[in-house]
Each structure stands twice: as C-alpha cells, then as structure tokens.
Design a protein around this ligand. Structure first.
Ligand code: GLC
Length: 647
C-alpha cells in the first residue's frame, strides 16, 4: 500500500545521492523503488520490528539499495532492461545451458578461462557457474564455502580485475555468469569473526555466541547434524573469547545471525557488490539455514523465507536483471516453498535446484523403476510460472536421498530398506552393481547417508574400464546420456558438472591431502587434464562419445522453443514401470514426447497409449522417422531414450 512517509524518505535519500529521476534509467529505478518500498518495509518490519534501532537500519537498507543502483554501470542497466522486456522470464529460455566448474581445477586460474570459452560454447554451454572465488583459508575452505573476505578474489584464482575481465569477455560472447554468495556463514578468519574473537560485542552479535553450553544444549536437542562424521555437533568452542559459537557446517564456518538487522544490511550490500560485477544468477548458498530458533531443526523456518523475499524485493529494485537461485537441498515440499508461498508465491527465489528430481533419476537408474519418481511429481509440478529449476545429474556436492518417505511407500517400497538399497547400490556394495561411489556423511545414529562419486563412475564406467568389459562400457555411456537427456528436457536450466561432459572417473587422490581427506566429495571434483578433454574431438574415444552426445542433446534443446520452461510438462502414465515419459507442449508449438527406459532390459510401448495426433514422429536423438500405424509399438533397448516430435 502507498505510504507517503516512505515515499518522502525515498525521495530524500535519492536527492542525497543525487539520483535524478528525470534521467531515463534513474526514472525506471524510481518507479521500481516506489512500487516496492511498502513491501520492503513490511518484510523488514516483520523481521526486525522489535529491534530498538529498526528505523536506523531501515534507513541504511535504503541507502544500500540506492547506492547499488547508483553504482550500476550503464551497460548492466541496459542488460537489466532487455531481460525485463518479455513476459516470460529471461532465464526460462530453452537457449540457456550451464556448467558448474572450479576455475583452478578446470584451467588453473581466471586468466586462462577465456581461452576455454570455445570448448564450452562448442558444447552448447552459455552460463557458467564459477564455484566460490572469494578469499577462503586454504586448509579450512570447504571448497571455497568458508569465505574470509567477500570482496577479495582468492589469490589462487587471480584477482578481482581478472574476474571483471572474465565477466566482460563473457558478455561479449553472450554468456551468462553465475556466482555464489555464501550467505549463511563466514570463515572463522573473516574480519567480523576476528573482531568477535577479540571481544568486540558488536561483531559477536553478528554470530550466535554464548558464554556456556546452556543455550547451545537447548538448540542441539532439535538440530540435526549436517556433517556428522567430519564436524559433529552444531557449536564450537572459541578459546580466544571463551565462548561457544554456532557452526552448523564445519567448525570453521560460523553461522551469521540474521536476527540482527546489521547482518542483513551488510550481506545485502555484498549481494549488490556481486550484482554490479555483472552476475546474472546469484546462487544463495544454504538458504534453508539462515534463521535459527530453539526447539526447531533450524532449517526452512518462516523467517528464512521472509529474508529471501526481502532480498528479492531489494534486488528487483536496484539490480533487476540478476536472478536469485536458492540452494535449498531439502525435502520436496520444503524446496517448493523457496519459490514463495501464499501472497508471496513466485516472489522469493527465481530458481531452485531440482534436487528431488536429480536424486530420483538416480533412484530410477538403480531400481529400473519409475514409481517413486512419479509419486513426487504432484509436488514438483506446483512450481509457479516464471520461476525455474536448475536441473542436473551431478554437482560438486553429494547426492542426498531426501525425498519423502511417503513417496517411497506410495510406490510400494519400505522407505528404510529402499534407501539402504540405494546406498549399497551406489557405493558398489550391492552384488552386481556396476556403480563405484562412496557413502558420504554417514550418520551412525539415524542410518542416513548420502552419496559421492562422478556421473561416469556411478553409471558404471569406472568398473567397466577396470574389467575391460566393452559391453559394460557401452552401457555406462548409454546411461550417462540417458541421465543427461532426462535432466536437459524436464524443464529448467541444465547445469552440467564440469568433467561429466567427457566422463571423468572418481579421483581418489584427495585422500592424500589432509585439507581434503575428511571430505569424500573431493572424489568427484576432478582436475581437468586437457589432453583427455581434447579426445572429445577424436572419433571412437569414450570422451568423444559422451561429449558429442551431450553436445547433440543441448543442440536439440536449443532448437526447440517448446522446451522453454513454461510449466508445460505433462507426465504420461504408462503401463510399463520402466519407462519415464513426459510431453512438453505449448501454444503453436509441436509437442515433444520425451521417453526414457530406465531399465537395462528391453521394453515396448504401444504408441496408441501416448495419443499422438500426427501420422509420424521424428526422433531428434537418432534422426529416425517413426510411422504411426494402428497398433504400432516403439521398441526400447536397455537405457534407450527417444525425443519425439510430431511431423
Ligand atoms: C552448500 C554447498 C556445500 C557446502 C555447504 C556449506 O550446501 O553446496 O558444498 O559444503 O553449502 O557452505
């Protein structure tokens, strides 16, 4: 609702910063600010209404927003404007495809990255998620997710100028940039933590610090452990100041206290710092954890959503071309809430990871059955229009089997036994399993465990090569392509994990490095050997088969606007429990039937059951035309898939 006092406050601050509302891009900013300021205020008050300095912090927040706009270079303002033009959100386009990579492990450093652009563009990738680049202590880094300076690029990657150079080169090549903001915690060596250790009360209030175990014990009664093996418990003793500090992840990652508005304002300023570097998608790390309350799991709390909604509103005003990705790897119903609920529906994160579908693809691949996956779809299909998924098969993290027990039971399995089977299958313990992976973060108390391993090793390539078994190798390649195809066409922006495009196997050398040995996720974070990658162009090699397959899939995806994420997916419920089948359709677009055999055995599909209108279908994957005659059947070999368009 319009509030004159807020309007006046905004105008006064804009005048103070000499923002001239008669200049075009300033006028647009003013329009956005005026239409959002009441909501921003409401959200702020709902979090900090009781804080004694709330007015002061609200004023600071407005300063931060206005300065973010003032510091936004003209080129980025123009890019914002272009992105806002269409009714469909820019990031729902079928022309976007991403890769997530560690700059040092991929090419040594930022300076070398542009020379790899042709390789990436040739594959069809035009969005790069550069894994955390900001300063992080070498031996306590959690892969860069323990940040000691949010604005200084870590020396091992290069400098801030190098990052700016990379972004500018990407822009000229029409590539998009995704970076992380490690929002939930800082390194214990961050300046704020150092001041807290030195006894500075203002900065101790940036974290959750306690004199004794009374409150930590109360918290821990209901808080699960994230890394039960490597970092049990949720609090760490800080001898420098004789206090306990909350450390949900590793003991060197101190949780920020967002009940303090000073923390929110400081982190909002950091968000804008990244936005003005030209970030197109900001990955908000671990947003499920940003609000803590005794008596709860301290995950997915309503205030965490309010913080994200507030963040989104501020970004919409000052840097509207930057999309927000909430990295909430939680249960399906909880993930959905990161798109916003009720009145805030569609007004929280633009993107979420489709972690449920990712894990369910692995579920299907192990069981050869689609029932559990199908049981989850009712929930996943509630995604608001103009929000989107990041779809993926692997990332730098483990695979969590966090979908709901009810989904497993709905498919007729015992949830506990089912998860145990998957753990054993992918860790290679299950007799006859071709997979080679490892259990990650085994919780001895609950029996929970997640999974590590590369796409190729989990699909059986490592074992196939060890055994010199050509048939197993072929099958592994087929599985890799099946998994990628499924995730590329299901709706959302595909995010390939670097190395998977040429079939990297697990790398066990992390065990020799004390800074990594406690974390087996390093087995699937390869150091790229460019000689191996160059075999992507040598016909007959494994690298060639995988790379060219992935490239072809991305090419098909880019050529078919019906694959743009307009919530236009319908599941086909078939008689066969081995086939996952959906149709993507849209006004004036020919439907695309995507059919995947997740089992190793042959399967048949009676074409009449998918009610195709035309006389024939073209399979974009093989180029074969299929005539639809009465009683026609589509034959699937093990792990075969089709991408069929009506002719
Ligand atoms: C996210 C990251 C993960 C990291 C954790 C703590 O889940 O993806 O790699 O360990 O946050 O920052």
């Amino acid at each position: 609702m319009y509030q004159f006092s807020l309007h006046r406050q905004l105008r006064q601050l804009m005048d103070f910063h000499t923002i001239d509302i008669h200049r075009e891009s300033d006028e647009l900013f003013y329009a956005r600010a005026l239409s959002n300021i009441a909501t921003i205020h409401d959200l702020f008050v709902s979090l900090y209404g009781d804080h004694r300095k709330k007015d002061e912090y609200f004023q600071q927040l407005l300063h931060v927003i206005i300065l973010a706009h003032a510091n936004r270079r003209q080129g980025l303002r123009q890019k914002d404007w272009v992105k806002l033009q269409n009714e469909a959100a820019w990031f729902t386009s079928n022309e976007l495809a991403g890769m997530s990579l560690y700059v040092d492990r991929f090419c040594g450093g930022l300076k070398n990255l542009p020379e790899k652009f042709p390789y990436l563009q040739n594959l069809g990738v035009n969005l790069l998620h550069l894994m955390p680049l900001f300063q992080s202590p070498e031996k306590e880094s959690d892969g860069g997710y323990a940040v000691s300076d949010f604005r200084k690029v870590d020396g091992k990657f290069g400098t801030l100028d190098d990052l700016v150079m990379v972004q500018q080169k990407m822009e000229t090549k029409k590539m998009y940039l995704m970076l992380d903001i490690v929002f939930n915690h800082t390194s214990h060596l961050h300046e704020w933590a150092a001041k807290a250790k030195a006894g500075n009360k203002t900065y101790q209030d940036f974290f959750y610090m306690f004199d004794d175990r009374t409150i930590p014990d109360q918290f821990e009664q209901s808080m699960p452990e994230i890394f039960p093996e490597a970092a049990p418990g949720n609090f760490t003793w800080v001898p420098e100041c004789n206090k306990w500090v909350m450390t949900v992840f590793h003991n060197y990652q101190w949780d920020l206290n967002y009940s303090n508005p000073a923390v929110f304002v400081a982190m909002l300023d950091t968000v804008f710092f990244y936005a003005n570097l030209g970030v197109d998608v900001l990955r908000i790390d671990a947003p499920a954890f940003i609000w803590k309350q005794i008596g709860t799991t301290c995950q997915n709390l309503p205030q965490a959503h309010t913080i994200l909604q507030l963040l989104r509103q501020c970004v919409q005003v000052a840097t509207p071309g930057m999309a927000l990705l909430g990295e909430a790897i939680v249960a399906p119903r909880q993930i959905m809430q990161y798109f916003g609920d009720g009145l805030a529906r569609g007004k929280e994160c633009d993107f979420a990871y489709n972690a449920t579908q990712m894990a369910l693809q692995w579920d299907m691949l192990a069981t050869g059955e689609t029932n559990v996956m199908l049981a989850a779809q009712e929930v996943l299909q509630q995604k608001p229009l103009n929000t989107s998924w990041i779809t993926y098969t692997r990332s730098h993290d483990d695979i969590g089997l966090g979908y709901e027990d009810a989904m497993i039971s709905a498919a007729g399995f015992n949830a506990y036994e089912h998860r145990k089977f998957l753990q054993r299958y992918y860790s290679g313990e299950w007799e006859g399993s071709p997979a080679k992976g490892a259990l990650f973060s085994v919780n001895a108390k609950t029996g929970d465990a997640r999974l590590s391993g590369t796409l190729a090793s989990l699909c059986g390539l490592e074992r196939g090569l060890e055994e010199g078994n050509d048939e197993s190798i072929e099958q592994a390649i087929q599985k890799i392509l099946l998994m990628q195809a499924n995730s590329f066409f299901i709706g959302g922006v595909p995010m390939i994990f670097y190395g998977d495009e040429v079939g990297y196997l697990n790398d066990y050398t992390y065990q020799e490095d004390a800074a990594k040995a406690y974390d087996n996720r390093w087995m699937h974070r390869p150091i790229i050997d460019w000689e191996k990658n160059s075999r992507s162009e040598v016909a007959g090699t494994i690298e060639y088969q995988i790379y060219q397959g992935v490239k072809k899939l991305l090419g098909i995806r880019k050529s078919l606007p019906v694959v743009a994420d307009q919530n236009n997916l319908e599941w086909l419920h078939l008689d066969s429990k081995h086939l996952a089948a959906f149709v993507r359709s849209g006004a004036e677009k020919k439907p695309l039937y995507c059919l995947f055999n997740f089992s190793g055995s042959q399967s048949n599909l009676d074409l009449a059951t998918i009610k195709v209108n035309g006389k024939s279908l073209i399979d974009h994957w093989t180029g074969i035309t299929i005539e639809i005659s009465a009683g026609g059947t589509l034959k699937f070999d093990g792990y075969q898939f089709y991408l069929l368009e009506e002719l």
